[in-house]
Design a protein around this ligand. Sequence first.
Ligand SMILES: Cc1cc2nc3c(=O)[nH]c(=O)nc-3n(C[C@H](O)[C@H](O)[C@H](O)COP(=O)(O)OP(=O)(O)OC[C@H]3O[C@@H](n4cnc5c(N)ncnc54)[C@H](O)[C@@H]3O)c2cc1C
Length: 425
Amino acid sequence: MKIAVIGAGYAGMAAAYDLIRAGHEVVLYEAGEKTGGLAQGFKEAHWDWSVEAYYHHWFASDEYVLGLIEELGLADKVRFPRPYTVLYHKGEWYPFDSIFQALKFPGLGWGIDKIRFGLVGLYLRLTENWRPLEKTTVDAWMRKWAGDRVYEAMWEPMLKGKFGPHYQDVNMAWMWARIHARTSRLGTYEGGFQAFADQFADTLKDMGLVLHLSTPVSHISQDLTVQSTRGEEAFERVLVTTSPQLLSRLVPELPDQYHQGLRGLKSMGAMVLTLSLERQLSPQGYYWYNIPKEKGFPFLAVVEHTNFLSPDYFGGDHIVYCGDYLVPDHEYFDLPKEEILSIYLQGLARINPDFDANWVKNTWLYRTRYAQPVPELNHSQNIPDLRTPLPGLYFASMSQVYPWDRGTNFAVEIGRRAADLILSD
Ligand SMILES: Cc1cc2nc3c(=O)[nH]c(=O)nc-3n(C[C@H](O)[C@H](O)[C@H](O)COP(=O)(O)OP(=O)(O)OC[C@H]3O[C@@H](n4cnc5c(N)ncnc54)[C@H](O)[C@@H]3O)c2cc1C
């Protein structure tokens, strides 16, 4: 068969891999200049490694993406350095990535709250039964079982930062998935995530993939003709891996009810300002600052990449990501980079009082209006099937990996699941 895959992120590339191996002819369309999608990277001339457009790492439990890397014979390029994650409490930062550190964290007091925090975490790690949890919100479940104080100290700031006005709508299965599946060990790829995407794309091309970069698709017709900036091409199967809203625009011939389902799926956008600095930002060498925006910070996370990886990979530069999640129509999506920079520079002085704007060598701003699906109550009933109502058209996106939280690991899983479905159909 002749199959089109739209989007060269992890889902699209993983699907293309299985479809080519099964002997089919695959054309991969990508709107951007490179592969990797949201997990792409960029590089300055004097850096050996790339930096991710949006900070990225793998968890030790990411079996699908790490399994794929192993299949490709690239496992020796995955690295798991030892970074430090910190939480804020009354103006101070406290390491928080081991049970011992959790016990010492003053934000949870010394009594019953610590026990409740521990028991809730243990329950969520052990139980496999997430379905009843999607019938209640994180807000309600945590208040009931962890208690108001624990919830307000530990999870509420993260939920507010990540989901903004939707934070009280997020269902508890989403939180279960994060606590159940994630590890404190964090991994990356030698050369950066872009190095992996490039090597994967080269392998696919060697296997016969036709890859069209900088080629946005604008329409897919009922007879599976794909219209792009290269013109029209007919296919027997098409797999779309973009946002639900874009699928709806690309294929107007889909039934109305399906369009409504796609457009009804809520999500948050994201913005990451990356800085290269002359000096280290974090005085203690911390990697990941979890930040309570409600305490007046302009961002949700500050991630000093070079406290995870040596600055030597980046020509001695210190790399800092400042990230935030925003509603898709937030004014920040249209503000010039200089204005975002001036807002964010003020926040950095709260991480290190000695921080000086003169330390900044260069800055990069990445923004996407589709970054984090919002799973509301009983979300499993809202997820579009991988088979769309249009025969031969398939859809695999971040919005469908639920109950798991979006990530490259589950993008690989859903991409391969879609390929499997296409093959079995
Ligand atoms: C701030 C942030 C931090 C993250 N951190 C992590 C992390 O630490 N670890 C992790 O594993 N994951 C992380 N993720 C999530 C991860 O990036 C995504 O889950 C994953 O990359 C999704 O892959 P995908 O293939 O489903 O979609 P995408 O990567 O979005 O790929 C879709 C592709 O389709 C292309 N496209 C769009 N429109 C068209 C068109 N009209 N024609 C052709 N092509 C088109 C896009 O350019 C894109 O390349 C993070 C995401 C964000 C935003």
